[in-house]
Design a protein around this ligand. Structure first.
Ligand code: G6P
Length: 476
C-alpha cells in the first residue's frame, strides 16, 4: 500500500514489441512526464498510468497486477493499466484529445464542429470506463488516508469516482491545460460539462498553472453548476463539499537541463547546425506539431517579416522543429501537411543558392533541440493558448541571451511576460514586427532580459511544484 500516488494517462516509460515478440522499454515523452519523473522516485510515489500501445498492453499484462517494477523493470513503483484498446482510443482520441483539449484551447472551427450525437455519447461512456479503471486501481493501491494526485484532462472524472470508493483519501486534481471561459465550455453537452466539473470537484484540491485558468474554472462552476464560489479564498462549494482551487506554476530544473545540454551529443549537433547556417542570426521554435502551438501563423509571420525586411535576406535562418504528435487524429495529420506546405512556400519564394531561410524538421530529436536552444538569437513561442509552455522556460535557460517572442495567451506569459516581447498569436503582422524587434535588440538589453527570464523560469522547479501540492493536501 502506498501513501502518495500519482495518476496520469501517459506514464514515464513505453514499450515496443520487436519482430520476435521481445519487449523494449523506452523513457520519456512530454513536459508533464519529464517533470513528474524527476520527482516521483525521490518521494517514493506509486505512479498509475495507462497502457497506450500494444507493446504497453503486453508489458502490463505480463507484470503481476500491472506492477512493472514487480516484473523487474527499473521504473520506480509503477502500475500500468491494461485498458482495452477500443475503450482507450475512444477515451484518449475522441474525448480527451478531440473534445476536452479542443474546448480548453478554443480550437474549434465552430460552423463545422463540434457536433455531439449518439456516437459521442458512446465515446463518453468509454471515457467514463477509462476514468473508472484509474479510480479502481487507485482505490486498490492507496494506503488509508493516502494522498492521490490525479493529472490532467484525461482524468477529470476520476477524483469523484475515487471519493465514492475511498472517502478517507485526500485527492488532488491538476490541469496542465488552460481552462475555457463558461461561454466556450458550454459547447459541451450540458450533462457532460457538469460531469467534468463535478468530477474535478470530487477532489479536495483542484490545481491550475495560472490564476487565469483557475478563475475560468471557478466561473464555469458558478455558471454551469450554480456552485458557491469564493474568489478571494479560492474555494468552490457544491452539494455540501468544498474544493480548494490552487495556482501552482511549473518551472524547470535549470541545473539538470544545463547538465543534459552540455553532453557531447548536443555539442555535435551544435557543430552540425553551425555548419549548416554559418554565422547567421537564428530564430528558433520547438514544438509538438500541435494545433494549439500555432506553427502555421508563426511561419506566416516569418514570411511577412522577410517581405518587409529585405535587409535581413541572407542574414537570418528560422529553425522550426515541429516533432510529430497525436497522429491518430486526422486534424493533426492535416495540420502537419499545412505546416510543410507553408514552409515550402517560404523556401520557393526566398531561398537562394547559398541561403536557406528556413529549416523545418518534423522528426523528434531531443539533443538537436537542446543544441538549437543554445544557439538561438530569438525564440518564438506563439501558441493560440497554452497551459504553461515549458519551451518558453527551457529556451532562456540554455541560450546565452536569446530574445523571447511570446504569445500573451501562454500561461508562461504570467511569469515571463514582462521580460519577453508579447504578441497576440492571431496577429501575424504584430508577430512579424516582434521578430524584427527581437533581432535588432541591443546585446546588453538582450542579456539583461535573458537573466530575468532565466530567474523566472527556474523559480519553481518540478520538485517544488509537487511539494507545494502535497503540502496543500496535507492541510486538508
Ligand atoms: C500536454 C498535456 C499532457 C500530455 C502532453 C503530450 O502537455 O497536458 O498531459 O501528456 O501534452 O501529449 P500526449 O497526447 O502525447 O500525451
Amino acid at each position: 500500500m502506498n501513501s502518495v500516488l500519482v495518476a496520469s494517462n501517459r506514464g514515464p516509460v513505453s514499450f515496443t514489441v520487436d519482430d520476435d515478440g521481445e519487449l523494449t522499454m523506452k523513457r520519456g515523452g512530454g513536459g508533464l512526464v519529464s517533470g513528474l519523473s524527476a520527482v516521483t522516485k525521490d518521494h517514493n510515489v506509486l505512479w498509475v498510468c495507462a497502457a497506450l500501445s500494444d507493446g504497453d498492453r503486453s508489458a502490463a499484462r505480463q507484470a503481476p497486477g500491472g506492477r512493472l517494477d514487480h516484473a523487474g523493470y527499473d521504473t520506480g513503483a509503477l502500475r500500468m493499466l491494461d485498458i482495452p484498446a477500443a475503450t482507450f482510443h475512444r477515451a484518449y482520441n475522441a474525448v480527451a484529445n478531440s473534445t476536452l483539449w479542443f474546448v480548453n484551447h478554443l480550437l474549434y472551427d465552430t460552423p463545422n464542429a463540434p457536433s455531439f450525437g449518439s456516437r459521442f455519447r458512446r465515446e463518453w461512456e468509454s471515457y467514463r470506463d477509462y476514468n473508472g479503471a484509474f479510480a479502481l486501481a487507485l482505490a486498490e493501491e492507496a494506503h488509508h488516508e493516502a494522498r492521490v494526485m490525479v493529472q490532467d484532462y484525461h482524468l477529470t472524472l476520476t477524483p469523484a469516482m475515487l471519493r465514492a470508493e475511498r472517502p478517507d483519501l485526500r485527492v488532488a486534481h491538476f490541469s496542465h491545460t488552460p481552462w475555457a471561459p463558461p461561454e466556450y465550455f458550454s459547447l459541451l453537452p450540458d450533462e457532460v460539462g457538469r460531469e467534468v466539473l463535478e468530477g474535478i470537484l470530487g477532489a479536495d484540491h483542484a490545481g491550475f498553472l495560472t490564476a487565469r485558468w483557475a478563475e475560468a474554472f471557478m466561473d464555469c462552476c458558478a455558471a454551469l453548476l450554480g456552485a458557491r464560489v469564493d474568489r478571494a479564498a479560492r474555494t468552490v462549494t457544491h452539494e455540501g463539499r468544498t474544493t480548494r482551487v490552487g495556482v501552482h506554476a511549473l518551472g524547470v530544473d535549470g541545473g539538470a537541463l544545463r547538465e543534459r545540454a552540455a553532453e557531447p551529443d548536443v555539442e555535435s549537433h551544435m557543430t552540425a547546425l553551425r555548419e549548416q547556417v554559418g554565422e547567421r542570426a537564428l530564430i528558433v521554435r520547438i514544438d509538438r506539431t500541435e494545433l494549439s502551438k500555432n506553427i502555421v501563423r508563426g511561419l506566416q509571420a516569418y514570411r511577412e517579416f522577410l517581405a518587409g525586411h529585405p535587409e535581413w535576406h541572407g542574414k537570418v535562418v528560422h529553425l522550426a522543429f515541429a516533432y510529430p504528435s497525436r497522429h491518430d487524429l486526422p486534424e493533426y495529420r492535416e495540420y502537419t501537411a499545412t505546416v510543410q506546405r507553408c514552409a515550402q512556400e517560404i523556401e520557393d519564394e526566398y531561398a537562394t543558392e547559398d541561403w536557406d531561410p528556413l529549416i523545418l524538421n518534423v522528426h523528434d530529436d531531443y539533443p538537436r533541440s537542446l543544441a538549437a536552444y543554445r544557439m538561438a538569437d530569438v525564440l518564438l513561442v506563439n501558441p493560440i493558448r497554452d497551459g504553461m509552455n515549458l519551451v518558453a522556460k527551457e529556451g532562456p535557460i540554455l541560450s546565452s541571451g536569446a530574445a523571447l517572442v511570446l504569445s500573451r495567451e501562454a500561461g508562461a506569459a504570467a511569469e515571463l511576460g514582462e521580460h519577453a516581447l508579447l504578441v497576440n498569436p492571431y496577429d501575424i503582422s504584430g508577430t512579424a514586427a516582434a521578430l524584427h524587434e527581437a533581432l535588432v535588440m541591443p546585446a546588453d538589453e538582450r542579456r539583461a532580459r535573458g537573466e530575468r527570464l532565466r530567474a523566472a523560469a527556474t523559480a519553481l522547479p518540478p520538485q517544488r511544484w509537487l511539494t507545494a501540492q502535497l503540502d496543500a493536501l496535507a492541510g486538508h
